[in-house]
Write a protein that binds this ligand. Structure first.
Ligand code: PAF
Length: 289
C-alpha cells in the first residue's frame, strides 16, 4: 500500500485511473471500515482510503483534539483489507488556507437530528467530502449506514452537484452484544461498555413496537401515529432511567428523515435513529423497520 500526504502526490498516483473506489475515514479503523473497503474492492480499482480527522466537522466543545489517532495500526488494517493507496493529508495539506467556501446543507436535512445537536457538523462533513472527492475523483465511494443521515447528505450532494460517481452503502457492523462498531466506543469505561448495547436494544424495541402498531388493523392512521409517538417517548424514557442522556430517539421516514405521516405507515418505510450520551461519550445508531 502506497501512502501519500499531499494532493499533488495523490493526483500523480491516480493519473489516468477511471475506476477508483474510495473509502474516506477519520482513522481509528475497525472491522466496520474494513467491510467498507471490501465493498470498495468489489466495486472498482484501485482502492483508495483516506485518513483525515476533519476539524471542520467538530464543534468547539467536541472531541477533535482527543479523537483517537492510531495511524500505524490503521495502516495494517488497510493493508489487510486490500487498500492500494492511502491518502493521509495533514490539516495544512487539505486546508492550506482558511476554508471559507463551504457546502451548505439544506434546511430540513442538515439541521435536523445530528445537525440539530451538532450545528455545523454536516456543513463540515459535506465540505471535506466534496474536497476529497475532487482530489481522488473516484468512480464510487463507500459510506457506512451507521451514519445514516451522513449517507443521505452525501448522496444528495453527489446528485445535486452532478458528481460523476456513485455512492455505495455498507451495513453497520456490530459487536457480539449488538453494539454498533464505532471509533468512539474506545472512550467507554468498562462499566459504560457493558451498558452500551442498551442503545441498540432500545432501537430494537422501538422498531418492534412500530411494526406492531403499523400492523394493528384495529387502529386508524391518527391512532397509529399517536402510538408511534408514545413508543418514541417510552424508549427515550427507558434510556434515561438507565443513566443515558438521549439527544434524540425517534422514528423517521427513510426517504427524507422527516416525521412519519399517515401515508408512511407501512413496513419498510421507517427508520429509528438515536443519539445518546453515556457518561462523556456520545453514541449514535439506527435500525430500519
Ligand atoms: O464518517 C466519517 O468518518 C467522516 O464523517 C468522513 C465521511 C470521513 C468525513 O470526514
Amino acid at each position: 500500500m502506497k501512502i501519500v500526504r499531499t494532493v499533488a502526490e495523490l493526483r500523480s498516483e491516480l493519473a489516468g485511473c477511471t475506476r477508483t473506489a474510495f473509502v474516506p475515514t477519520m482513522g481509528n479503523l475497525h472491522a466496520g471500515h474494513q467491510s467498507l473497503l471490501h465493498i470498495a474492492a468489489g466495486a472498482g480499482s484501485p482502492v483508495v482510503a483516506s485518513i483525515f480527522v476533519n476539524p471542520l466537522q467538530f464543534g468547539p466543545n467536541e472531541d477533535f483534539s482527543r479523537y483517537p489517532r492510531t495511524f500505524d495500526a490503521d495502516c495494517d488494517k488497510l493493508r489487510s483489507a486490500g487498500t492500494d493507496l492511502l491518502f493521509a493529508p495533514g490539516v495544512e495539506d487539505l486546508y492550506p488556507v482558511e476554508q471559507r467556501f463551504r457546502v451548505s446543507t439544506p434546511n430540513g436535512l442538515g439541521d435536523i437530528l445530528e445537525g440539530e445537536f451538532r450545528p455545523g457538523f454536516f456543513e463540515g462533513v459535506a465540505t471535506v467530502v466534496l474536497k476529497l472527492f475532487n482530489c481522488v475523483q473516484p468512480a464510487c465511494a463507500v459510506f457506512g449506514r451507521k451514519d445514516y443521515q451522513q449517507l443521505m447528505v452525501v448522496r444528495q450532494m453527489v446528485e445535486q452537484f452532478n458528481l460523476p460517481m456513485s455512492i455505495l452503502a455498507g451495513e453497520t457492523l456490530r459487536e457480539s452484544d449488538g453494539l454498533a462498531m464505532s471509533s468512539r466506543n474506545g472512550y467507554l469505561s468498562a462499566a459504560e461498555r457493558a451498558e452500551a448495547p442498551a442503545l441498540q436494544a432500545a432501537l430494537r424495541t422501538l422498531t418492534d413496537q412500530a411494526l406492531a402498531i403499523i400492523g394493528d388493523a384495529g387502529l386508524d392512521a391518527a391512532q397509529r401515529l399517536h402510538r408511534l409517538a408514545q413508543a418514541e417517548r417510552a424508549a427515550a424514557h427507558g434510556l434515561r432511567a438507565r443513566g443515558w442522556v438521549p439527544d434524540y430517539l425517534c422514528l423517521r421516514r427513510r426517504s427524507d428523515l422527516q416525521a412519519p405521516q399517515a401515508t408512511d405507515l407501512q413496513p419498510g418505510a421507517l427508520v429509528a435513529l438515536a443519539a445518546a450520551k453515556l457518561g462523556a461519550t456520545r453514541l449514535i445508531d439506527n435500525l430500519e423497520c
